[in-house]
Design a binder for this molecule. Structure first.
Ligand code: COA
Length: 166
């Protein structure tokens, strides 16, 4: 079952993100890794900034989350994380397909350049990498992330964005 997460699920969202984010350890630049990867304050900040988390529930337990954040004229996919033990079983794909039905606006997603599996995942679902120049522009326009994260990230756009901003 896919549904919006409730405020009382903050702690389980926190656990899922930090479990799944272990995939980044030793892969993303060392100076970008920390433990926990996303501290509670950072997660709370994201929620305060308008990220709405959707969850995938299996047998009454949340096993994956993915956020949507409307910003200006687009919607961002933020913080896609499936429990390590549940990855590569189609859960992320189902969540992403569901999230796509929740907005008519162009969708953008940012991830680490080194997270090649995540890039493949989004490409499989119709997203395409934007050019480095577009990436720099978009990350500054729609995200609030440090310069160093801009350098080490990529942006993928859905077909709607590509036709709206050819
Ligand atoms: C990326 C993520 C959300 C995808 O969810 P998922 O449920 O694992 O993905 P699905 O099972 O629906 O799709 C699997 C596809 O995703 C890609 N993929 C996901 N995890 C992968 C891995 N560890 N190694 C290689 N490919 C992977 C592949 O393209 C795979 O297709 P394949 O099985 O045909 O090779 C999930 O793997 C995850 O939480 N990863 C760690 C955190 C992360 O990278 N988040 C993205 C932040 S933007």
């Amino acid at each position: 079952m896919i549904r919006v997460c409730e405020p009382r699920e903050f702690e389980v969202i926190y656990e899922i993100i930090n479990d799944a984010a272990q995939a980044y350890k030793g892969v993303i630049p060392k100076d970008r890794w920390k433990e926990p990867y996303m501290p509670r304050e950072e997660l709370q900040h994201e929620v305060n900034e308008g990220v709405v988390f959707w969850g995938y529930e299996e047998k009454g337990q949340l096993i994956g989350v993915m956020g949507l954040q409307p910003v200006k004229d687009v919607t961002l996919i933020r913080h896609a994380y499936i429990l390590t033990a549940k990855q590569k079983q189609g859960v992320g794909g189902k969540l992403l397909a569901h999230l796509k039905t929740q907005t008519d606006r162009p969708l953008l997603v940012g991830t680490w350049a080194a997270a090649v599996w995540a890039i493949r995942f989004y490409e499989k679902h119709g997203f395409r990498l934007v050019s480095p120049a577009e990436k720099n522009y978009l990350l500054k326009k729609y995200w609030r992330i440090p310069e160093r994260q801009i350098e080490t990230s990529v942006v993928l756009a859905d077909p709607k964005w590509r036709s709206a901003f050819p």
